[in-house]
Design a binder for this molecule. Sequence first.
Ligand code: NAD
Ligand code: MG
Length: 352
Amino acid sequence: MFLYCGIACRRKFFWCYRPLSTYVTKTRYLFELKEDDDACKKAQQTGVFYLFHGLAPLLQTSAHQYLAPRHSLLELERLLGKFGQDAQRIEDSVLIGCSEQQEAWFALDLGLDSSFSISASLHKPEMETELKGSFIELRKALFQLNARDASMLSTAQALLRWHDAHQFCSRSGQPTKKNVAGSKRVCPSNNIIYYPQMAPVVITLVSDGTRCLLARQSSFPKGMYSALAGFCDIGESVEETIRREVAEEVGLEVESLQYYASQHWPFPSGSLMIACHATVKPGQTEIQVNLRELETAAWFSHDEVATALKRKGSYTQQQNGTFPFWLPPKLAISHQLIKEWVEKQTCSSLPA
Ligand SMILES: NC(=O)c1ccc[n+]([C@@H]2O[C@H](COP(=O)([O-])OP(=O)(O)OC[C@H]3O[C@@H](n4cnc5c(N)ncnc54)[C@H](O)[C@@H]3O)[C@@H](O)[C@H]2O)c1
Ligand SMILES: [Mg+2]
């Protein structure tokens, strides 16, 4: 592709241009689709649509995995026609990404109330039959999706939910209007622009040097423990949230912390999970669990955690009445954070 970057580098007596990488070309294309309604409408002609109903994605089952089917604009128009829906409903769709070949990906919810249709939710079973799939709650399906579909459907659900909840201007009370890509909504009466939001959440794996601290909430599946998590309060830095959450939930003071990685998380309504390692002073490890937030918390050895990482989620009660200790699945950043801690511990215990 003969695309050149606008920033030229001067070498001796002539200008030379660096061709844009596929990644840069793709990000620039997505930027254009968000800014230019006509370009985005054009992209819908050749793009594909992922379908939702009441925020549950349409999925098909294939060998213990879920797959997210895609539909062309033509197929979608035909489907809407068959169910007596206005094709204008497609204007509710949101842009969620594109391929390296610039095939744009959109998501559309056929079950949420729309200004173009009010009775779509009545057709759910018939639509499932027609589409040869089922609308399945993302919470149930997430861990049986491949990483790419999981990430895309999470983004799509968060964006669709945000649009559904921001139909009206909080200042004028008037209906807001989304741009074609769905990257913003505007109130026509006062031009206030609303952008999709997500809540920053820290997730911290506390260690005392040899053990790590894991906790569970009563809402977790039986036997599952995870690292400590908490929403950032307004005005806080990530470091302040970590110190506060660890103090609040287990009564310990963080000595040092280190950023690990981040992940978009669709629950409860679109969060940015910021994962960090933290340490406490070796002598100050007595846990005082805040029972309003947690069911329990405890220190675990390297070997206990390494074994639990290999265990798949299980709800089978053991003979002594307890449930096996297990950790969140691979897709969750808490799993990756805990895995990194185990690997680091393994390396540091190897003879030099
Ligand atoms: N991806 C992962 O690996 C992973 C692992 C653990 C937790 N999480 C996510 O982290 C989130 C936060 O963890 P937590 O429940 O321990 O948080 P938390 O300890 O802050 O407690 C939750 C409480 O915080 C309050 N809160 C403050 N701001 C909020 C907001 N913007 N949205 C909702 N509630 C808000 C509410 O009262 C809520 O009951 C969970 O919703 C969970 O989905 C993700
Ligand atoms: Mg918490």
